[in-house]
Each structure stands twice: as C-alpha cells, then as structure tokens.
Design a protein around this ligand. Structure first.
Ligand code: ADP
Ligand code: MG
Length: 302
C-alpha cells in the first residue's frame, strides 16, 4: 500500500496505531501525494535528499548531504565508509534521535516525528547497567511503559533469548564478571528481546577479536533471520559487510553521500567462517575496496 502524507502526525490516531503495530493497514486517510513520498510497497525506510549540518566552535559544516537511501522490509544493508563521513548520523536520523536539517526520513512511508519506536539500536559501547544481572539487563526494555509485559511473560522471553545467544546459566552474573564477548551477547539479547522490526547496529562488534567477531556475525545472522528483521549495519570492515549484507553501501568522505551501492548476490544464511575464502568474496571485496580506498585516504577525521 502506498502511503503518502505531508503533515505532522501527532494528532493522527490512525497513524499512531500504524506505527505501534507496524502495519499501514490501520491508516484510514491518505492525504495529498507529494512526489517525494511515492514509495515502493515494501520500502521500510527512506531517506530523501537528507542533509544534516552541525555547528562546531561557530563553524557550520555538513555531516551528510543530499543523502538518498531506501531499505526494503527484511533487507540487510551494510553501510561502510571512512571515519567521520556521517554513518552514525544516518542511523541517528532513522532512530529519530537526530533530525535532518533538510530532506525527509520516512518509516513505512510516514515522516518521522520524534523517536522511532520501531527500531532497536545497538552501538559500539554496550552500556550494560553494572548493578543489574544478565537477566535484568536483558529484560529492561520490557519494563518500560511503552513495551511493558507481565513479569511472567518477561521472564519467559528473557530466558528464551538468553538461551539463544548462548548465555544459559549466566542469568545471575553481573556485567563485571563477563568477558567482552559475553557482554556483547547480553547487549544483543537486550536489543532483540522485544523483537524490534528494524535493527540499527553501529559497529557493534568492533572491539572484539577476529574469531569472536565471526561467531557474533553468525549469531546475528541466525537471530535476525528468525525474527525477520530489517537490519542496517554500520561497519568499517568491508569483509564483515559482504559477509552479512544483501547490499553494501559505500559512503563518500564527508559530507557523506552514497558513492556506491552493490548487491551481494549470495543466498542467506551464509557460512560466515568460509565465505571469505571464496572467489566471489575476493572479487567483490576488491571491487568495493576500489570505491572505498580513495574516500579513506581523504581522511575526514584523520
Ligand atoms: P561516522 O559515524 O561516519 O564516523 P558521524 O556521523 O559520527 O560519523 O559524524 C559525522 C561528522 O559529524 C563528524 O565530523 C562528527 O564529528 C560530526 N558530528 C556528529 N554528531 C555531531 C554533533 N552532535 N555535534 C557536532 N558535530 C557532530
Ligand atoms: Mg560512527
């Protein structure tokens, strides 16, 4: 269903219902169709000519400019680019934490207005609460007013996801007693426990060593497939991007724009441990690195 909508939507109970349920079928009224909001039926996220400017010490600069991106429902998109090119800014705009200075961010065809409650967001820092044990860290979202469930239901869901991320038996442990890899598993479980339809991940496994990272990629791939999630995954590691994604998007140096967008024509799920030894992987890696290397050497934040 193509939805178009121009105004603010705090006074639109039907749109609020659509956002809460993730279903556009709740929207009863369609307003005037602006050119920019014509959407493909399965497009979950769209950035249209999005720009974001910041002012630092009196100097204004563009972090991203004229940025167009469409992500389909269920698609796994990796964003790669040099440090400082605006990758986190793009995720923050999709999460509704940062507003575009100009342009539009649409979620299910509706312009974002405030926090986007359809997304789960996992950042590089795991931000676990040190005074809460694993189970209580994982269940925290289900205690929030907007996602509250009964204590019994919370316990059931927490037990299930804790087992799926391989932490059964560690429910009562505190973050300070866990290894870096285990803390990442807790952070992943905490994000997935309420089954967000879209997952935003900002270099989530950057701090882990190479082997542990592959294990986490494998786990992420399995869990997001099981939940049918749409995923936007930011990484500076091209190999990670190719291993996981349906599509790899390469950013230019700041101001960030899309320099290249390339489909990874491999079935999912993939063998994350072996894929990097295949010819296809090597070819695609080389092709994308050609695009990326000039941008990296421009060294926006270096
Ligand atoms: P990336 O994630 O690709 O490394 P960011 O999106 O974090 O890049 O940042 C892009 C640019 O915008 C950087 O130069 C960064 O310093 C700047 N920036 C990001 N957020 C802010 C902010 N809140 N205030 C000022 N500058 C910011
Ligand atoms: Mg960043």
């Amino acid at each position: 269903m193509a939805l178009s909508y121009t105004g603010k939507h705090e006074a639109r109970p039907d749109i609020q219902m659509a956002q809460a349920t993730g279903s556009l079928s709740a929207v009863t009224e369609t307003r005037q169709v602006p050119r920019a909001s014509k959407i493909a039926p399965d497009s979950r996220i769209r950035l249209l000519e999005a720009s974001r400017r910041f002012t630092v010490r009196g100097q204004e600069f563009s972090a991203i400019e004229g940025f167009d991106l469409t992500v389909r429902q269920g698609e796994f998109v990796a964003l790669v680019g040099p440090s400082g090119c605006g990758k986190s800014t793009v995720l923050n705009m999709i999460a509704g934490i940062v507003e575009p200075s100009s342009g539009t961010v649409l979620y299910d065809g509706v312009p974002l207005n405030g926090l986007n409650r359809n997304v789960g967001y996992m950042t590089q820092k795991d931000t676990l609460l040190p005074w809460r044990n694993v189970a209580d860290n994982v269940g925290i979202a289900l205690e929030l007013k907007c996602r509250k469930v009964s204590a019994a239901e919370r316990a059931r869901r927490v037990a299930e996801i804790v087992e799926r991320v391989g932490l059964k038996g560690f429910e009562k442990a505190f973050p300070g007693q866990l290894s870096g890899g285990m803390r990442k598993r807790v952070a992943l479980a905490r994000t997935l426990v309420y089954e967000p339809e879209t997952l935003l991940m900002d270099e989530p496994f950057g701090a882990l060593d190479a082997q542990l990272r592959l294990l986490m990629l494998d786990l992420l791939q399995k869990l997001t497939r099981a939940q049918g999630s749409t995923v936007i995954f930011v990484t500076h590691d091209l190999g990670e991007a190719i291993t996981l994604a349906d599509r790899v998007v390469v950013f230019s140096a700041r101001p960030g724009r899309i320099k290249a967008s390339r489909a990874v024509e491999l079935e999912r799920p993939r063998d994350v441990f072996k894929l990097r030894f295949s010819k296809y992987f090597a070819g695609l890696h080389e092709e994308l690195w050609e695009q990326l290397k000039d941008e990296v050497s421009k060294g926006t934040d270096a």
